[in-house]
Design a binder for this molecule. Structure first.
Ligand code: NAD
Ligand code: GLY
Length: 360
């Protein structure tokens, strides 16, 4: 299986994304970023048992001294107390400013370890080694790091770009089906916001993706990362087009927050959020009704939820009102004009939104 290499073009902070099977064992990919010879591997117990040894053997072979920091598994642990524990472990391990954080795991580990790297001693370098589909197509790329607050998803964080993303697609062999399917939500998102041809390819190849066909997964990961890298290079700090990557997320983050972190997986919440965004786009006459149905059909076929939980409209609006994209008290949403063409709506019409959320 070939190795694909992409670049996130950010001037002197540009970095590679390597995608392929067996990459966690490839010393040559890690060594250029480990000149200091010191690292901490931040991971959780689930991932450590499955994939910790191979990464740590690679670090050792590269002549790197490292210690392992374990965080508890689960979205509900992407929080301040866990981060504080990580800082304590880094201090006990005498990590210094040249110590490289290696984030080994899914998006929860990547976001929290990345934020630890962004803030420990005012910032240390880090490498992303994503092990879920969702992390390989989305969260490991682009430098958004952070933790949740009880009042809102990802409300505390920093932009901090990694030195490299090393996506070993063989780690996905051990991923539970529900997690693989959750990752497909973000893959579908890229097609929906930017690339109709890719969207049609996902429709045609959905069974191969769900069956973990290595070539299909490699293509889905590479194309998703290409789209994300292109958008991040245009707008690293989300002053404009990067917000398009948030299709479905304002609804989705509200579901995650209101239902309790970890009840709905992030990808599941985003999937339903994309259906709601498409329904609203159709109600507003922006998106052809047939295209809203087409997106919903693909999401359903992928095994993802298309109906939100029952939540009071006030609760929806309060949670959505705390989204980071909002300005001056108005809810910003990403809507669809066509499949493959998303747009930022800075003033989502309140009446239509309320009608949608109350099922009218
Ligand atoms: P996750 O990190 O919770 O991982 C899902 C589950 O899979 C966990 O139980 C984990 O231990 C397990 N796991 C990980 N790798 C495994 C493997 N190879 N084999 C078996 N089990 C494995 O969830 P996720 O879906 O990867 O990430 C979701 C998080 O990512 C959310 O917090 C979301 O907000 C964040 N996110 C961030 C960005 C960003 O740009 N920073 C983008 C999208 C999502
Ligand atoms: N996942 C959205 C972003 O990285 O901007």
């Amino acid at each position: 299986m070939s190795v694909r290499a992409l670049t996130v073009g950010l001037g002197d902070r540009s970095y590679p994304i390597h995608i392929g099977r067996g990459l966690a064992g490839q010393q040559a990919l890690f060594a250029p970023h480990l000149e200091s010879g010191r690292a901490v591997v931040i991971t959780n117990e689930t991932v450590a048992k499955l994939h910790g040894d191979v990464v740590e053997r690679t670090l050792a072979a590269a002549g790197t001294r490292f210690s392992r920091i374990l965080i508890p598994d689960g979205e509900e642990h992407k929080r301040w107390e866990t981060l504080d524990g990580v800082f304590g472990e880094m201090l006990r391990a005498q990590a210094d400013r040249r110590t490289v954080v290696v984030a080994l795991g899914g998006g929860v580990v990547g976001d929290l370890a990345g934020f630890a790297a962004a803030t420990y001693q005012r910032g240390v370098p880090f490498i992303q080694v994503p092990t879920t589909l969702l992390a390989q197509v989305d969260s490991s790329v682009g430098g958004k790091t952070g933790i949740n607050h009880s009042l809102g998803k990802n409300m505390v964080g920093a932009f901090h770009q990694p030195l490299a993303v090393i996506a070993d697609t063989s780690t996905l062999d051990t991923l539970p089906d529900r997690e693989l399917v959750a990752g497909l939500a973000e893959v579908i998102k890229y097609g929906a916001i930017r690339d109709l041809e890719f969207f049609a390819w996902i429709e045609e190849n959905l069974d191969r993706l769900r069956d973990r066909d290595p070539a299909a997964l490699a293509h889905a990961i590479a194309r998703s990362c290409e789209i994300k890298a292109e958008i991040v290079a245009l707008d690293e700090r989300e002053a404009g087009p990067r917000a398009l990557l948030n299709l479905g997320h304002t609804f989705g983050h509200a579901i995650e927050t209101l239902e309790g972190y970890g009840t709905w997986l992030h990808g599941e919440a985003v999937a339903t959020g994309m259906v709601l965004a498409a329904r609203l786009s159709a109600r507003l006459g922006r998106l052809a009704h047939a295209d809203a149905i087409r997106l919903e059909t693909l999401i359903r076929r992928a095994g993802l939820p298309v109906e939100p939980p029952t939540l009071a409209v006030d609760a929806w609006l309060a949670a959505m009102g705390r989204d980071k994209k909002n300005e001056a008290g108005r809810i910003t949403l990403i809507l669809l004009d066509r499949l493959g063409a998303a747009a930022i709506e800075k003033n989502a019409p309140p009446r239509e939104l309320e009608a949608l959320l109350s099922g009218r």
